[in-house]
Design a protein. Structure first.
Lengths: 216, 251
């Protein structure tokens, strides 16, 4: 239950973050003012970050302890085990989750703490004297390896959510015989929409559809 | 038809086990899987060898005694149905068939393909019953049960307690079994007095047996010979959440 509830908190973040990021297609002014507004939240921003951090830690702690229990529940493995219905995503939640975690750590180092790319230090403020988040995103994604890791990270996130989203309803008992297949389908569609939304940004950058607002 | 069998042989609970190859020759396509094993066993006995131990009773899919994992699927390839309802025509001639016991920590192996599933009985003993007045049966219409609820209850009560759900679950979780046993009483008026304590006690008993946790893969409902729906697991979660709140409130 804790896993399900923290999962939903994190899904809400994933959706909100996507909506924020997609503003890159509306031009530098939108993204930079959005970032400025977020930063202006001050202590509230840190409260949100702390809340998300606690959610992530609880989500990871409980899933890993449950996974260990599950491993112990079958000490002698089958020589042959076929899956009739279980999807790939549902069987490899721990693996996809841990890779997404690795991605998030890198992503924070890259764009939030900004320690992985020295070019970001050369960025000048935008005409309204705000930090030029727009150009930072574009320069960041122009690196093919950064974009590739981003897309892989998003693929695994989508895989994780394609099972996790509908799983929330089942775990909290908000489900019935008719709803189950519909929610499973809706969860999958939702997850892959998230994937398309997020990956559209590095792809647009790599194809030069979105260009930096300033020269370095 | 002829088949190559790879059967799990293990003398005792603690002895090491392994897959042993056997040939099944001149098998009629209309032989049931268990009859085929009987024929193989007769051959083994004739050679003075130890026959393969496996569980079976009614051999018509209603008792829940058979417990084979055939080619990696609990109860074999024909779903919904128990292992005793699988016929050899379902396999390709000359096919290699792997036969293993139901595997889960709470199902300790006794011998070869026979496992001890009394963990399921202990879950039922923890709360899968109703307190009823002893004596003569009450008049049938004295307790009214709406048709819809009777049907839902019957769907859950169809569980034959074979343990295939736990055997097929990637986490060896017995949630579908417990969900069926909790639900069929929760739907009926007779089950109401113990409704709150029942779910709490049965879930506690299930956890104490060492079953794994549900991660919603629905592998259980795919192999269930009684077609118990995993939506009953959602009901179990619902019942458990409400019961926990009620207990906290002292109700």
């Amino acid at each position: 239950m804790i896993v399900a509830v923290t999962g939903v908190v994190l899904i809400a973040f994933v959706v909100g973050h996507l909506l924020g990021n997609l503003q890159i297609f509306l031009g530098p002014d939108w993204v930079n003012s959005y970032a400025e507004h977020l930063r202006a939240l001050g202590p509230l921003l840190w409260a949100i970050r702390a809340f998300l951090l606690v959610s992530v830690l609880l989500h990871i702690f409980y899933t890993i302890s449950l996974a260990i229990e599950n491993r112990r529940a079958r000490p002698v493995q089958y020589e042959r085990k076929d899956n009739v219905k279980a999807t790939f995503a549902s069987r490899y939640m721990a693996m996809s989750g841990l890779i997404v975690l690795a991605f998030i750590l890198y992503h924070l180092a890259h764009f939030t703490v900004r320690v992985t790319d020295p070019r970001f230090l050369l960025l000048k403020a935008d005409p309204l004297n705000r930090y030029d988040v727009y150009s930072m995103m574009v320069y960041g994604f122009q690196n093919i390896f950064v974009s590739a890791f981003y897309i892989i990270g998003m693929f695994l996130l989508a895989l994780h959510l394609s099972h996790g989203t509908s799983s929330f309803f089942q775990s909290l008992g908000l489900n019935d015989k008719k709803l189950t297949p519909r929610l499973a389908l809706a969860g999958r569609i939702f997850a892959w929409l998230i994937f398309v939304g997020y990956t559209s940004i590095p792809i647009a950058v790599l194809f030069h559809l979105v260009k930096p607002a300033q020269e370095l | 038809m002829k088949f190559k069998l790879k059967v799990w042989r293990q003398k005792t609970a603690t002895a090491p086990g392994k897959l042993v190859e056997y040939q099944a020759k001149d098998v009629s396509p209309n032989t049931s899987f268990l009859e085929m094993l009987d024929v193989v066993n007769e051959g083994l006995v004739a050679q003075g060898k130890e026959p393969i131990a496996f569980d079976s009773d009614c051999r018509e899919g209603i008792c829940g005694t058979c417990s084979l994992t055939i080619n990696g699927e609990a109860h074999g390839p024909d779903h919904p149905g128990a292992a005793c309802e699988v016929y050899m025509r379902r396999f390709k001639d000359g096919e290699t068939i792997v036969v293993e016991p139901f595997r889960a920590k709470p199902f300790p192996l006794i011998k070869d393909l026979v496992v001890d599933r009394s963990a399921l009985d202990r879950i039922v003993q923890a709360g899968g019953f109703i307190a009823a007045r002893a004596g003569s049966a009450p008049e049938a219409n004295s307790i009214l049960v709406p048709k819809h609820e009777a049907d839902r209850s019957m769907e859950a009560a169809a569980c034959i307690g074979c343990g295939a759900c736990a055997a097929a679950c990637p986490n060896a979780s017995a949630m579908l079994f417990t969900a069926a046993k909790v639900s069929h009483l929760a739907f009926l008026p007779q089950g109401q007095p113990e409704r709150t304590t029942r779910v709490l006690k049965m879930v506690t008993a299930m956890d104490a047996e060492g079953f794994g946790n549900c991660t919603n893969t629905y592998e259980c409902e795919a192999v269930c010979p009684a077609s118990i729906s995993a939506s009953l697991i959602a009901k179990l979660n619902r019942e458990y959440a409400i019961a926990s709140l009620k207990r906290r409130a002292g109700e």
